[in-house]
Write a protein that binds this ligand. Structure first.
Ligand SMILES: Nc1nc2c(c(=O)[nH]1)N[C@H]1C(S)=C(S)[C@@H](COP(=O)(O)O)O[C@H]1N2
Ligand SMILES: [Mo]
Length: 518
């Protein structure tokens, strides 16, 4: 970064910075891929750090605005900031080296801090950032240090041709390296991937579904959500790809008589393996939102594993009231022990809709607990279960402003017609879903233009743990109309019309759509 001619123009200097940053990210990407540690690359590590640090209102804003695209938007935003800084460092490098060295050091420090403070970090996680920093310094030095044929101080000493050649070569090499990094196989060779697993048929099958559970109405969410369409909510910027043969889960902590260590094999071969239909819901789901899905799960009852480990529910005098599950990527999720041991079908799931869990949904093993929001129950990529107390430990979401306990609130949604739809007058099918997991839906009512509530027809119930479809035929008159829905669960609770945001413990209010009838 020394010996640069004074006359180095600003534009190429900025480009030199950008090209160097590109080389840094590409080099880090290659190292991360070779180490099978994509989460240790500086971009991902910083992104993950930002996700952990952002305060709740900002996170809610991001989810509301960008939905499940929030992660690409976050990474894009970091990349733009990085690009601006890199351009400035490039300019600084042609003006004097102190600022350039300081800038490079600062960004290296940010990358290292992020990579080394991930919950699952080891010292080797410094490597992608360090190699990236070396690539940055090398390319920056090469591109900003072009000897001028006319001598250093001569005006116009910048050799455009050589600069274009050098910067172009560096950019092309970076693009090729980044593309190459993507070709490195994701799972370790010899590992057991979802595609390799054949699930056993559980002895304890799901109860047969009553006829008509699926009303099969256009625009209405199907009773079972296909895996490919199932909502995905987690903090993982790159999905953990765990080799199931290397996986194990330990159950330990307060009130555990014998620590239990389970392998994937143990779970597949477990005599109590069961199949259950359970609707999963996210606490971040806004009223009318899409962060809910229903699947047929295969797994081992959590209560029998806990009983085998000697755990007693606090209802039976057990000392632990919180079960903390930890994931491979360092997530912690706190679940009431009383809930998982009260007879409901809480399970360690290995199968989802007849397939091994997809990587995105927790392969090889995740937790599923009927009636609790995912953030307090549905730990994906689970590797550890600790029995403790709510007093002793706050799980990940709790210091971030979410309630420690999160039973699912009774809710209903209009799927068809869509908000803003243009309809013809006459008979119109209004349909949607309602849910009150582990309690069951008793009644769904619809109101047009804030008129009286009319009872909708309910599809038969799958189980008390699944959502339930409903339908109402409406004689639509010309004009603009607002359709509103509310549900009542089997405990007699009717949804409140009070609007509450998702935080801290789930949104409330009635879902409405406005339609224009011609
Ligand atoms: N490891 C891990 N598990 C997790 C999460 C996470 O961020 N990391 N998010 C939870 C939340 S908030 C929800 S709603 C469910 C979503 O599960 P899905 O992505 O399979 O729909 O996973 C839960 N399990
Ligand atoms: Mo969630």
């Amino acid at each position: 970064m020394t010996d640069t001619p004074r006359s180095f123009p600003t534009g190429p200097a900025a480009i030199a910075g950008l090209v160097s940053a590109g080389a840094a990210l590409a080099a880090a990407e290659v190292v991360g891929a070779l180490m099978s540690r994509p989460t240790a690359t500086p971009l991902q590590a910083v992104g993950a750090g930002v996700i952990d640090l952002v305060p709740l209102p900002l996170k809610q804003f991001a989810v509301d605005t960008f939905g499940t695209a929030d992660k690409p938007v976050l990474l894009g935003g970091i990349a733009v900031l990085l690009a601006c800084a890199a351009a400035l460092i490039g300019i600084a490098a042609t003006r004097g080296r102190v600022a350039a060295v300081a800038g490079t050091a600062l960004f290296t420090a940010i990358g290292l801090t992020a990579a080394l403070t991930r919950p699952d970090a080891g010292p080797l996680d410094a490597l992608p950032t360090l190699v990236g920093a070396a690539a940055f310094a090398t390319v920056l030095t090469l591109t900003t240090r072009i000897p001028s044929p006319a001598g250093e101080d001569a005006p116009g000493g910048f050799d455009r041709r050589r600069f274009v050649l050098l910067a172009g070569t560096a950019a092309a090499a970076s693009a090729a390296a980044a593309a190459g990094a993507r070709l490195v196989p994701a799972a370790a060779p010899g590992g057991l991937t979802p595609a390799d697993v054949t699930l056993p048929v559980p002895g304890d099958r799901a109860a047969p579904l009553p006829d008509g559970v699926d009303l099969e109405i256009d625009g209405l969410a199907p009773h079972f959500t296909p895996n490919a369409d199932f909502y995905r909510i987690d903090t993982a910027l790159s999905v953990p790809r765990i080799d199931a043969t290397a996986w194990s889960l330990r159950i330990h902590g307060r009130g555990v008589r014998d620590d239990l260590v389970l392998t994937y094999e143990d779970l597949l071969a477990h005599p109590d393996l069961q199949e259950r239909d359970i609707t999963l819901a996210c606490v971040s789901n806004p009223v009318g939102g899409e962060y809910i899905g229903n699947a047929r799960w295969i797994g081992v009852p959590l209560a029998s594993l806990l009983a085998q480990a000697g755990v007693r529910s606090p209802a039976d005098g057990g000392p632990a009231d919180q079960l903390v599950s930890r994931s491979d990527d360092g997530m912690t999720i706190g679940t009431p022990v009383a809930d998982v041991m009260d007879g409901r079908d809480a399970m360690l799931a290995v199968g989802m809709n007849g397939r091994p869990l997809p990587y995105e949904h927790g392969f090889p093993v995740r937790m599923v607990v009927p009636g609790l929001y995912g953030y307090v129950s549905a730990c994906k990529w689970i590797v550890d279960i600790e029995l403790t107390t709510f007093d002793a430990f706050d799980a990940y979401w709790v210091p971030r402003g979410w309630a420690a306990r999160g039973p699912i609130k009774t809710q209903s949604r209009i799927d068809t017609p869509r908000d803003g739809a243009d309809l013809r007058s006459g008979t119109t099918v209004v349909a949607g879903v309602a849910w009150a997991q582990h309690t069951g839906i008793d009644r769904v009512e619809v109101s047009i233009d804030d008129g009286p509530w009319t009872e909708a027809e309910l599809a038969p119930e799958g189980t008390v743990d699944t959502w339930r479809q409903w339908v109402l035929e409406w004689d639509a008159a010309p004009g603009e109309h607002r359709i509103t829905v509310r549900a009542t669960d089997r405990d007699g609770r009717t949804q409140t019309s009070d609007q509450a945001p998702p935080a801290p413990d789930g949104a409330t209010g009635h879902h409405s759509v406005t339609v224009a009838v011609a």
